[in-house]
Design a protein around this ligand. Structure first.
Ligand SMILES: Cc1cc2nc3c(=O)[nH]c(=O)nc-3n(C[C@H](O)[C@H](O)[C@H](O)COP(=O)(O)OP(=O)(O)OC[C@H]3O[C@@H](n4cnc5c(N)ncnc54)[C@H](O)[C@@H]3O)c2cc1C
Length: 435
């Protein structure tokens, strides 16, 4: 088999929602050659957590293109129209669209873009002083002037967790979940992933004999929602956040946590109703919800696992389980394919690629061969970065930066938002008092 050598302007590694949005918008940019690669055989979105009834935490209008190019043929609304279900969808008056339908929409987008290639693993990326060289698993080599790293975060697994068939990260749940019938199950993690797994276990026909849900959070907090909260998911606030002093950004991100990491209210309410049914109508005592517990150890014991958790009063609690599901979130990481240039990239303490305001990774390569980092900006660009709200807007900003051309009017016509973050929105100037 002979290997092929080809050139593109911008190469995307990974086709999750973030690079897919970049591809969808790049596809219409004249004189720009792009190629996007994903190792998976076809587009999918977290299939291990694709419950039939799980819903999006963000509006369907925050799709791959609409916020910056509503006339694109790749919008969610056009998907509905071409699928022949626009009126049926509207009449359903969904508050939020199901993840299943949004995944189908994204797969539809990917399918239409010839620049998106699946079954295409990028094995190694090097830089020859002028261009990136992407060595593909197929043996082909792709030369590119710019890179967009959209390989996604990796499961966050507590140190020393004895991973195996009965102790696994929640991202694999639907592939493993069948082994829980009649067992003592512990779910660790009080975010939306933990909640969806707990709800599935509570309603399963062959459910566990015992279910314990442990969370480090002081209570099972829901998403903070509403128009005023949503103001932090706008380009206007993003720009305000960028100007905050570095050490203050960390505090602000922590303060805003439950605007994006809380439980979807519908899921939380349904868990509560299931709990009520279990406790009061069925007289059950085999379900225990335990907030304020920080799991410190998971040891294999007697064919199962023994967990230790710190309690809010500083004590220690033990628990035995036969199945442990780690709904312990995700963390950013530099993908292995960047190993040949890893020493040249600046990273943050948490493992993310360090980004400048234009989403360029800080590195020692030439300015005209940028690397853009998708989903690496939670600390540098704010709580909005790992979710879909500004996806299309970020893609548009990257494309303008890369081409040096004003391609998207929406980047300049947006409102400053309805909250006066930095002063100056009132007709009468607000006075800044020196600290
Ligand atoms: C269950 C779940 C539900 C979520 N729901 C929402 C929501 O409703 N709203 C919202 O705003 N956010 C949501 N998020 C958060 C966020 O939108 C998703 O995590 C999103 O998938 C992140 O997209 P991504 O493009 O960074 O990476 P990913 O979706 O993780 O995609 C990365 C891709 O890179 C590929 N890849 C990796 N390495 C290589 C390589 N070397 N070569 C080729 N391909 C490679 C992988 O195969 C993968 O397809 C959710 C997250 C989860 C886990």
């Amino acid at each position: 088999m002979t290997s092929e050598f080809s050139f593109t302007d911008l190469a995307g590694i990974g086709i999750g929602p973030f690079n897919l949005s970049l591809a969808a918008l790049a596809n219409d940019v004249p004189q720009l050659k792009t190629r996007f690669f994903d190792q998976k055989p076809a587009f999918s979105w977290h299939p291990g957590l694709a419950f039939d009834d799980s819903v999006m935490q963000t509006s369907y209008l925050k799709d791959m293109v609409t916020p910056v190019r509503p006339t694109s043929a790749l919008s969610f609304l056009n998907y509905l129209v071409l699928r022949g279900r626009f009126y049926d969808f509207m009449a359903a008056r969904f508050e939020t669209v199901s993840r299943r339908e949004f995944t189908d929409y994204m797969a539809w987008v990917a399918h239409q873009l010839e620049i998106c290639e699946f079954g295409a693993q990028v094995r190694e990326v090097d830089h020859d002083g002028q261009r990136f060289l992407l060595r593909m698993a197929s043996g082909d080599v792709v030369q590119a002037r710019g890179l967009s790293v959209g390989t996604g975060p990796v499961p966050n697994v507590p140190e020393g967790a004895p991973l195996g068939p009965n102790c696994f990260h929640g991202i694999e749940y639907l592939e493993r979940g069948k082994e829980i019938a009649g067992k003592r199950v512990a779910v660790i993690g009080g975010g939306q992933t933990g909640a969806e797994i707990v709800l599935d276990l509570l309603t399963a026909r062959d459910g566990p004999a015992q279910l314990t849900w442990l969370s480090r959070r002081s209570a099972f907090w829901q998403l903070q929602e509403g128009g005023l909260v949503d103001q932090i998911f706008t380009p206007a606030y993003h720009n305000v956040f960028l100007d905050l002093p570095g050490d203050h950004k960390k505090e602000v991100v922590a303060d805003q946590k439950y605007s994006s990491d809380g439980l979807t209210p519908a899921t939380a309410d349904e868990i509560y109703r299931q709990l009520y049914r279990h406790r009061h109508l069925e007289g059950g005592d085999a379900v225990s919800l335990r907030p304020g517990r920080t799991v410190t150890r998971i040891d294999r014991r007697f064919g199962g696992f023994q967990l230790q958790a710190e309690t809010p009063d500083g004590g220690c609690e033990g628990l035995n389980a036969e199945v442990v599901i780690l709904a312990t979130g995700f963390r950013p990481t530099v993908p292995g394919c960047l190993d040949p240039i890893r020493d040249r990239l600046t990273t943050e303490a948490g493992g993310a690629l360090a980004l400048d305001a234009r989403y360029r990774v800080l590195w020692d390569g030439p300015e005209d061969t940028p690397i853009y980092g998708m989903n690496h900006g939670r600390q540098s660009h704010g709580i909005v970065d790992p979710q879909l709200s500004l996806t299309a807007w970020r893609s548009a900003s990257i494309l303008e930066d890369f081409t040096g051309r004003p391609l998207f009017d929406a980047l300049r016509t947006g409102s400053d938002g309805l909250v006066d973050w930095a002063g100056g929105q009132m007709a009468e100037e607000s006075v800044r008092i020196p600290a």
